[in-house]
Design a protein. Structure first.
Ligand code: ADP
Ligand code: ZN
Length: 784
């Protein structure tokens, strides 16, 4: 290699996700190499797509360095900031940068082009990657000149046509029990949502192909052709502030807006907490602020924890800001739609991006405002695939772009509120409901005497009847989906449990199945008991599905009931319909899980019943009280948002518990004071940093337990030396999942670095037979 060569670090976006050094060949020396630029590199005998992560690398000593084959773009689609972000996450999560990038870049940016199209001479010609690789130096120099003139372009072909398959009907499905393949296809789609046919055949086997076609003929499935070459469609329209139909803000809203508008104008990074009680009109503040940000020529991120809430925000934003570019983005969009959004975000005019956590990874050029609504919600943390907390990503990006980060909630995360109290961020408060309405009156209903098969107390039923008869609407929240959490065999005197997880299997009546909510294992039901061969099952406990079945006989005749939970909303259209029908008062009662507790605005809801208020309060998790408080205040907040005052009945078996006092008064401050005292006393966040080291091993490896104990002994000593506290190992509350025994160690420390260092040591102690798996969860939201 001649001296003066340039070297680049590139992160490979496919396994094994390594970061490798490559030399820039002389004919590509003039390219403006930048962080984030996508390139083709040779690796072994194959070619890979990779991303430049460092443009001034040192040549590796002692080994020959391969050369970059070709760039894939002239300017990075993802700005430099995304590489910084990926590197930051890489350190934090102890994962390779390439793996992080593979999770945040859309598919089309992670794959190799099929070939290049070269426009020289009379007609364009195709240069395949193989030809490019085999070309002579002279030929490559010629191509490099064409590349520089924009006469050589990567092409993915005419855009692959893919057949997308989605469900057309909800369970129960009218299929014969022996139509095994058809049932498998329907179950697959129910669990996974819309997916491409090739992807499905790859998982279920090619021989389900005829079943797919048969189901489509029966109109139980929808097949749709989709082309995946989204181009930047429109440059977007011009935004005009005057055209917005914005309501006149209340005095509290104006005060908050004055402060926030000044923050926006300052062009400096700043975080604010908008603490506004339920129904205080936080959305109007978001809309007005968004309008101001767009008028400054900058984009806005407006994020919600769930798809349903994001969709509702999308609708209300389109209405409030009719001339703004508004883009909806969430993880449930099909691949092609996600790719299209990515392209559009990168090239559109100032836009309001509305979505869930993953929308933060859209490469918007000039963001000025990040809003996280319901900031306390745990769904802002992603736990599968890539681990990240959206609040931290938003903080990172807002700082980089000198933007304003606004966190909104009626029940802020205790950590956020603590930070505000300690002066790290300023709080704006909305303490009144708009239009002078008041918060609903809350009553505790003692259910100690209620029979197991009675979901609602007589008082709750009486009031439900009154509300329905007077033309109002009601919400019943039961935070447990399915028909019954346990099916009990009277003959064996035990419940059916998942063979892989040792937990009770939930009965889903419409799907005619018992399902393990932890690993997804299913059994057909009705069935005979696997132990005694009899059919003497009774359901124990109840879920939303059972409540929906029982309720009609308990309520006035012709009461119309809707149900909203993960089972009824597998199809996005279905979720939109349920919410729209309830808003249009086509039903009087909406039953659902915590999904319906937050955000939604149904002015005719006069009564909210929380069927099992204690559920979740006694979980082995330091956040159990905080979470239950947030849930109860949020769900209460759905009542009385219109002209009629609202009422809330919380059914509990333990009305004497001191916790309820805070809920009854919806007194966030008082709850905060008590809870923060406990956190300090028992050394929990925000007073310490918390990491959970999860360890699991297969059942057929009995020595696993002993090895964990020995590892923990070494770790405990190391922890002591670095001022950390290590608790455990203890069996996880769910001691077995998917046929693996689970243990965990809780680590408390002053900073993340020490906790990561301890985990790195755990990895070094890990036996290398692949049986023991370790995982580090920083600031875990799920301790089970
Ligand atoms: P939350 O703070 O719970 O998010 P919302 O933003 O959903 O409250 O507002 C509740 C209702 O009040 C909405 O219907 C909204 O249109 C209405 N609203 C908010 N601000 C005003 C206002 N200044 N004047 C009139 N109605 C308002
Ligand atoms: Zn299971």
């Amino acid at each position: 290699m001649s001296t003066g060569s340039r070297y680049l670090h590139t992160a490979v976006c496919s396994p094994p996700y390594r970061t490798l050094t490559y030399a820039v060949p002389p004919h590509l020396a003039d390219i403006s190499w930048a962080k984030g630029l996508r390139v083709i590199i040779p690796m072994g005998n194959s070619l890979r797509a990779a991303v430049v992560v460092d443009t001034n690398a040192e040549p590796p000593s002692g080994v020959e360095c391969k050369e970059i084959l070709w760039p894939l773009e002239h300017v990075p689609t993802t700005g430099e900031v995304f590489i910084d972000l990926a590197q930051n996450l890489s350190i934090r999560q102890m994962e390779p940068v390439g793996r992080i990038l593979s999770n945040i870049l859309p598919q089309k940016l992670r794959i190799l082009p099929k070939h290049f199209l070269v426009n020289s001479g009379s007609s364009p010609r195709i240069v395949t990657l193989k030809e490019l690789r085999g070309a002579s130096v002279h030929e490559q120099e010629k191509l490099a000149r064409l590349w520089a003139q924009n006469a050589m372009l990567p092409a993915t072909g005419p855009g692959k046509l893919r057949t997308m398959v989605s469900l057309a009907v909800d369970p129960p499905w009218q299929l014969r029990p022996n139509a095994k393949r058809e049932i498998a296809v329907m179950e697959y789609l129910f669990n996974r949502g819309t997916c491409s046919k090739p992807e499905m055949l790859a998982t279920l086997g090619k021989n389900v192909g005829p079943a797919v076609n048969a189901l489509a003929r029966k109109e139980m499935l929808i097949l749709r052709e989709e082309r995946d070459t989204p181009e930047c469609s429109s440059p977007g329209q011009d935004f005009s502030f005057e055209s917005c139909q914005l309501l006149c803000p209340s005095s509290e809203q104006s005060t908050a807006l004055d402060v926030l508008s000044k923050d926006l104008e300052r062009d400096e990074y700043c975080t604010r907490l908008l603490h506004g009680i339920t129904g205080s009109g936080k959305t109007l503040v978001y809309h007005q602020l968004a309008a101001r940000c767009l008028a400054q020529g900058k984009s806005v991120f407006l994020l919600a924890p769930e798809v349903a809430l994001a969709s509702a925000l999308y609708a209300s934003t389109r209405k409030a800001l009719p001339t703004a570019n508004v883009l909806l983005y969430h993880g449930y969009l099909a691949t092609a739609a996600r790719d299209a959004a990515f392209t559009q975000a990168a090239c559109a005019k100032p836009t309001v991006i509305i979505g869930t956590r993953s929308a933060l990874f859209l490469p918007v050029a000039n963001p000025g405002l990040y809003i996280l609504d319901e900031e306390h919600d745990e769904s802002f943390k992603q736990e599968d695939r890539l681990n990240y907390q959206a609040k931290e990503i938003a903080y990172f990006l807002a700082k980089y772009h000198k933007a304003l980060l606004l966190l909104g909630s009626a029940t802020p995360d205790l950590k956020t509120f603590h930070a505000a109290r300690s002066g790290a961020l300023d709080t704006l408060t909305l303490s009144h409901r708009v239009g002078g309405g008041s918060l609903p009156a809350i009553r505790l209903i003692d259910t100690a005497g209620l029979k197991a098969d009675e979901p609602l107390a007589p008082q709750s039923l009486d009031r439900l009847e009154e509300v329905i008869r007077s033309g109002g609407q009601a919400i019943i929240m039961l935070n447990r989906r399915g028909y019954a959490p346990l099916m009990y065999c009277l003959n064996c005197e035990q419940a059916v449990t998942c063979p892989h997880c040792r937990v009770g299997m939930t009965y889903h009546k419409a799907r005619e199945r018992l399902i393990c909510h932890y690993c997804g294992y299913t059994l057909p039901f009705p069935t005979f008991c696997p132990d005694c061969g009899q059919n003497t099952f009774v359901p124990m406990g109840g879920g939303t599905e059972q409540l929906e079945e029982k309720l009609p006989s308990l309520l006035p005749e012709n009461t119309s009931i809707l149900r909203l939970d993960r089972d009824t909303t597998r199809r996005q259209e279905r979720m939109d319909t349920i919410l729209a029908d309830f808003a249009a008062q086509k039903a009087q009662v909406l039953i659902g899980t915590q999904m319906l507790s937050k955000g939604h605005h149904f002015p005719e809801v006069r009564l909210v019943v929380a069927a099992e208020g204690d559920l979740g309060l006694n979980l082995p998790d330091y956040r159990a009280a905080e979470r239950t408080f947030q849930l109860m205040v949020q769900v209460s907040g759905r009542a009385g948002r219109g002209d009629h005052p609202g009422e809330v009945f919380i059914q509990t078996r333990n009305p004497g518990h001191p916790f309820w006092q805070f809920v009854l008064e919806a007194d966030y401050q008082a709850f905060y004071e008590r809870e923060i005292g406990l956190r300090e006393r028992f050394a929990y966040p925000p007073f310490v940093k918390l990491g959970l080291i999860r360890m699991n091993y297969p059942l057929d490896w009995p020595e696993g337990g002993q090895i964990i104990l020995e590892m923990a002994k070494t770790l405990r000593e190391a922890a002591k030396r670095s001022g950390l506290k290590l608790l455990g190992p203890a069996p996880a509350p769910l001691a077995q999942i998917r046929g693996r025994k689970r243990f965990q160690c809780l680590v408390k420390g002053k900073n993340w670095k020490d906790i990561r260092a301890l985990y790195a040591q755990a990895l070094r102690l890990q036996p290398n037979n692949g049986k023991l798996r370790l995982q580090l969860d920083l600031d875990p939201v799920n301790m089970l």
